[in-house]
Each structure stands twice: as C-alpha cells, then as structure tokens.
Design a binder for this molecule. Structure first.
Ligand SMILES: [Zn+2]
Length: 79
C-alpha cells in the first residue's frame, strides 16, 4: 500500500482542537484534511487526490458564496 493508511480524528468531539491525522478516507495515501462548507459545517475528509472539496462537486452556494442562480424575493406586486 502506498502512502499513509486511512487516518482518524484526534481529539474528541468535545475538543475544540479536533483534527484529522493520517491518510484521506479515499485511500489515496495522501494526507487527509477536514473540509467544511462555507457555513463551517463539516463535510468530510479530502486530499490533493480526491478533491472532495471541489466547489464544482457541490451544489452552487454550498462551498462558496457564489450564487449563480437568481435568488428572487417573492414580492407581491399588483399589476
Ligand atoms: Zn482523498
């Protein structure tokens, strides 16, 4: 097996400094790291191979503030 084995979280859920140590969950052997959406919600482990944090793999607006769709407010407008 090349590279690192799949890692694990170090620290408990109650620990502020929890971090991922070891290889990515994709099994590439590259260092894994946590990634979060733009709201700071944990989304998983990614690395330089699997790029799970690629914004293109997520619905628009999840990973970035970009909103390619028009967010239209519902305005009652008498015509
Ligand atoms: Zn990976």
């Amino acid at each position: 097996m090349n590279g690192k084995p799949i890692g694990r979280f170090v620290g408990s859920r109650m620990t502020v400094g929890r971090y991922w140590e070891g290889g990515c969950t994709c099994g590439s052997g590259e260092d894994g790291r946590e990634f979060h959406d733009r709201m700071g919600i944990y989304c998983g482990i990614t690395c330089s191979v699997c790029h799970k944090d690629d914004p293109g793999k997520w619905a628009p607006g999840i990973m970035t503030d970009e909103a390619p769709y028009d967010v239209e407010e519902q305005i009652d407008e008498d015509k």
